[in-house]
Design a protein around this ligand. Structure first.
Ligand SMILES: *Cc1c(COP(=O)(O)O)cnc(C)c1O
Length: 380
């Protein structure tokens, strides 16, 4: 057993790895006394634009705000329908409810965990206005098919790219775009555990249309373009300068973080191949996977495996233990238990094992060994 517990994420290690850069960025912000706006924020906006290739980026307070601002900018009416996967983080559904819009959940694909486009198509009604795919765990949803569907039915697409910054999607045309930069609006989060994490909250919105981008920016800033001239009701949602300074450091290292996570994923894939009752995460041939999570499917005994790993000093997590349509806050007679069998099955089967960039190969091998030991015990 290794000396240290193997955590799902190790933020202290991330800080220590680049401590002098973080300390300098923080000290520089303190010295400039720019806490809102200022140089570090402008630098981050420019660097993120360069990294993602997005035409416009609006930074904001967190990923949930990004989703809310995106929905507000589309000038929807109460009761308009938004199609989203039943297997996602709460925030995706929450903002829909907050704005008095109607969430229409659909099932996901068993292999990629992402929205099932056929199910999305079947759920379209005359009131449908938006498709809201989530690029779950760091791999893009089937954007080729979703964009075609949106075009055919005149729908907007809001991408929830909170877990997928840096993932690349290759279209049949040969064009490549980054997660968040394909739909009408894309949203991401800089929550500390995300691949591009602040040391606090943060978020950003991507938009390829100038006019809509200016609307998004205005909404994030109290509905004003000009100070004290309020054109519409907005909110106050800002990425503060300290977080931008920290993110400037993190963004520089993001390609290395993604590459390391992909190498760990390949090591897990090889080490965990051919175990009956365990599936490694499937890859969509059109998308790269940036592994916000490395998520196994365990057909039986998932909770026993989780406990077995915990006893061996290995953290593992269940994202998500309950689909949105079965959460108390979002329950409705329209979507009773059994409505989305794949999402419900995944909640029983998924297990995310440690995949942060500061893990060593020896630690990864130890995790593999313990999982194999568990399955050997089950069969024996
Ligand atoms: C993290 C996350 C969000 C919300 O981001 P916050 O910054 O925590 O508000 C939204 N959607 C998904 C899929 C997420 O993983």
């Amino acid at each position: 057993m290794p000396k240290n517990k193997i955590n799902s994420i190790d933020l202290a290690a991330v800080y220590k790895q680049h401590q002098s850069e973080f300390d300098a960025a923080i000290a520089s912000t303190l010295n400039s006394a720019d806490f809102i706006g200022g140089k570090a924020l402008a630098e981050f906006n420019a660097a993120l634009t360069e990294f993602t290739g997005s035409q416009n980026i609006i930074t904001c307070g967190n990923g949930t705000d990004a989703l809310q601002i995106a929905l507000m900018a589309l000038n929807l009416q109460a009761g308009d329908e938004i199609i989203l996967p039943a297997f996602t983080y709460t925030a995706t559904a929450e903002v829909i409810a907050l704005l008095n819009l109607k969430a229409i959940y659909v099932d996901v694909c068993l292999d990629t965990f992402n929205i099932d486009v056929k199910a999305a198509e079947a759920a379209i009604s005359p009131n449908t206005k938006v498709l809201m795919p989530v690029h779950l765990f760091g791999q893009c949803a089937n954007m080729e098919a979703l964009l075609a569907l949106a075009k055919k039915h005149h729908l907007y697409i809001i991408e929830d790219a909170a877990q997928a910054i840096g993932a690349q999607y290759n279209f049949n045309s040969g064009e490549t775009f980054q997660a968040g930069c394909m739909g009408t609006v894309g949203c991401t989060s800089f929550f500390p555990t995300k691949n591009l994490g602040a040391f606090g909250d943060g978020g950003a919105i991507f938009c390829q249309d100038e006019k809509l981008a200016s609307e998004l920016k205005m909404i994030a800033n109290h509905g004003q373009k000009e100070k004290y001239v309020h054109e519409r009701i907005g909110i106050n949602s800002r990425l503060d300068t300290m977080q931008a300074a920290i993110l400037n450091v993190q963004l520089k290292h993001l390609p290395a973080v993604i590459a390391r996570k992909q190498a760990i994923a390949a090591r897990y894939d090889a080490g965990l191949a051919n175990i009956t009752g365990l599936s490694v995460p499937a890859r969509d041939v059109k998308s790269t996977h940036v592994f916000h999570q490395y998520t196994l499917r365990i057909n039986k005994h998932r909770n026993e495996l989780k406990k077995y790993l915990a006893d061996a000093g290995i953290d593992s997590m269940v994202y998500y233990p309950r689909p949105i349509h079965l959460q108390k806050a979002y329950q409705s007679l329209e979507f009773p238990i059994g409505t989305f069998p794949i999402a419900e099955q995944l909640c029983e089967e998924v297990l995310s094992i440690p995949i942060h960039a500061t893990l060593t190969d020896a630690e990864v091998d130890y995790v593999i060994e313990k999982i194999k030991d568990f399955f050997a015990g089950i069969v024996a």
